[in-house]
Design a protein around this ligand. Structure first.
Ligand code: SAM
Length: 370
């Protein structure tokens, strides 16, 4: 992102987002070694016994939106050569599968901006048995692309959509576009058989918190799951705080004001959303992801690898470790697996949002990979 000290100080003076260690800083970073038994088990587990089965893999740091709770309009992106290549992404997926990962979600930035997204999907689908999924803002997901991704091996898809109101789109996404286009993409995804189709929505107080019920109605209309995610302190603009934050229980009460809900059974302890069906038997579901008010860190099964090849065991953690250096230095899969095993072992116990010692991560959600 930052080519020289001069441009670095310019960036700072403009308060533009900064993230991504310089290459000389990265090369010093390596996680402490996991105990031999953990290395020998060849399973990604952490020191607290949590088993990692889900990888969030960032394919790009670029995004075409500047959502108010995520990225700033002046965001600067990394030079392309610092991003993982298609071959590196596919290789990492193969290595993590050998360590027990069962699901890989492609994320970003906006993953559909990657010109070789179908090649990445096919590469992973052909060479592994992991379930490949995608999270997208849907603005570039027309039916043709969706079919191409499906035919390449994409299983499930999640769209991010925070408003159904055209007049609100630009104040939230801070980019041209319209919710209609995203809703069309969601319909197309359902029509071509991607399963399941989910929608993530972040509600901000005074901005779109009056849309909870309309978004729940979208779930009923399209027979999909709409999940409300609590706004997390992962925004570049550092605007997170009580005035903007809407707790999941409040969102749920809003939805219940229109529709009675019935709790669905949990399939995995690591599921992030508490999901509910509609008591009147309508199709679709709603989910509530209370990452802030009711953290689920104790059952977390996720590991992230950012688009620039840093392993992040915890979304909110300060620690991240380089795997791109190994990929580019001719390391074999055993060495790469060792780095991943070490990083997983060091996974932080959980986040401490709200506690006095909490420090917001330097990267935004967009630079981490949500
Ligand atoms: N561009 C893609 C998209 O929009 O889905 C993938 C990346 S985006 C960072 C992944 C998810 O993170 C989106 O659902 C977005 O709403 C969510 N997200 C971003 N910043 C967030 C924040 N501060 N709090 C809660 N969720 C956030």
């Amino acid at each position: 992102m930052i080519a020289s000290d001069r441009s670095r100080s310019q960036v700072r003076s403009l308060s533009l987002p900064q993230w991504g260690a310089r290459d000389d800083e990265r090369s010093r970073a390596a996680p402490p070694p996991a105990p031999q038994a953990a290395q020998d088990a060849r399973r990604l587990v952490d020191a607290r016994g949590r088993v990692i089965e889900d990888l969030r893999l960032g394919v790009t740091d670029r995004c075409n939106l500047r959502c108010a709770y995520c990225l700033e309009p002046g965001a600067r992106f990394l030079p392309r050569e610092r991003l993982l290549t298609v071959e590196e992404l596919v290789r990492l997926a193969c290595v993590v599968e050998s360590l027990g990962v069962r699901r890989v979600r492609l994320t970003g930035g906006e993953p559909t901006l990657h010109p070789k997204l179908p090649v990445i999907i096919r590469g992973i689908a052909d060479r592994t048995d992991v379930e490949v999924s995608l999270i997208t803002n849907g603005t570039l997901a027309d039916e043709r692309s969706l079919k191409r991704w499906r035919d390449a091996g994409l299983g499930r898809i999640t769209f991010s959509l925070d408003t159904l109101r055209k007049d609100r789109w630009s104040s939230i996404a801070r980019a041209p576009g319209s919710p209609r286009r995203v809703v069309e993409a969601i319909r197309s995804a359902c029509a071509i058989g991607l399963q399941p189709v989910k929608v993530n929505a972040v509600l901000l107080r005074g901005v779109n918190d009056d849309e909870a019920t309309d978004l729940a109605d979208l779930a009923r209309e399209l027979d999909i799951e709409v999940r409300f995610i609590e706004y997390m302190p992962l925004d570049f603009g550092r605007g997170w705080g009580p005035d903007r934050f809407v707790p999941a229980r409040e969102t749920m009460a809003l939805v219940e004001g229109r529709h009675r809900l019935v709790a669905c059974e949990r399939h995995r302890a690591s599921e992030v959303a508490r999901t509910y069906a509609f008591a009147d038997g309508a199709r679709g579901r709603v989910g509530f992801i209370a990452s802030v008010t009711s953290p689920f860190c104790g059952a977390c099964s996720r590991l992230r690898i950012t688009a620039d090849g840093m392993i992040r065991p915890c979304l909110f953690g300060a620690a991240e470790w380089d795997v791109r250096d190994l990929l580019r230095s001719g390391a074999d899969d055993t060495l790469i697996a060792g780095r991943l095993l070490d990083a997983a072992w060091a996974k932080e116990p959980g986040h401490s949002i709200g506690a006095s010692g909490f420090r917001q991560p330097e990267r935004s959600m967009s630079a981490i990979g949500g």
